[in-house]
Design a protein around this ligand. Structure first.
Ligand code: GRF
Length: 212
């Protein structure tokens, strides 16, 4: 069985979806860079080990990332799932966990990297929006795509409504991607995502939910 950790900074709804999905692996830690992250209490109540590595206690990004990497490795984690982890990771950290570091982003990448993706989608007038689970590379919100989910942008949508529609899909696709990796059916190979199961239907890589 593979061990994985989940890194959070706040609410932790994706973390909850991952843990509730009973993935084929053991969650050996929920790690937050913020002591007040709401998701920590939820995890602790369910007996999942938690840790806080407060970025404010470190003199540099490199020092924080080194402590974070040490914590992850001490727990024996083979897979690192970023779930609303609001820190830019340094290149040495990303390289150290290459192929084992996964993120969820609330847009259909490569559209709308960075923050405020729902506002940007509304501002731009796209008709289709969504979320992306991807392996992490040193560029921000970038990397080989594992799964995407698309939702419609509807007349009258505001950012909160659109965010909620996207979030429902995040909670479906992140466990799907994590399950594929933990089960050994999905991996990063020469900067591309490879699903080893030939029977994997295309829907596994793009969900288009009926009715949003
Ligand atoms: C999600 O929208 C995720 O895609 C983004 O940050 C948000 C985190 O939400 N990276 P939560 O903490 O998982 O509820």
């Amino acid at each position: 069985m593979k061990n994985y950790v989940i890194l959070i900074s706040g609410r932790g709804s994706n973390m909850q979806a991952l843990i509730d999905a009973r993935l084929p692996g053991a969650c050996v830690g929920v790690i937050s860079n913020r002591p007040d992250a709401a998701g920590l209490a939820w995890a602790a109540e369910r007996g999942v080990p938690t840790a806080v590595i407060d970025h404010k206690a470190f003199p540099s990004r490199d020092a924080f990332d080194a402590a974070l990497a040490a914590e992850i490795e001490a727990r024996g984690a083979e897979l690192v799932l970023l779930a609303g982890f609001m820190r830019v990771l340094t290149e040495p950290f990303v390289r150290r966990f290459e192929g084992r570091l996964v993120n969820i982003h609330p847009s259909l990448l490569p559209s709308f990297p960075g923050l405020h993706t729902h506002e940007a989608a509304l501002q731009t007038g796209v008709r289709v929006h969504g979320c992306t689970v991807h392996f992490v590379t040193p560029s921000l919100d970038c990397g080989p795509i594992i799964v995407q989910a698309a939702v419609p942008v509807l007349p009258g949508d505001d950012a909160d409504g659109l965010a909620a529609r996207v979030l429902r899909q995040e909670h479906l696709v992140y466990p799907q991607a994590a399950r594929g990796i933990l089960a050994g059916r999905c991996r990063l190979e020469a900067d591309r995502v490879v699903w080893s199961d030939d029977a994997t239907p295309p829907e596994s890589a793009l969900r288009v939910p009926a009715g949003g």
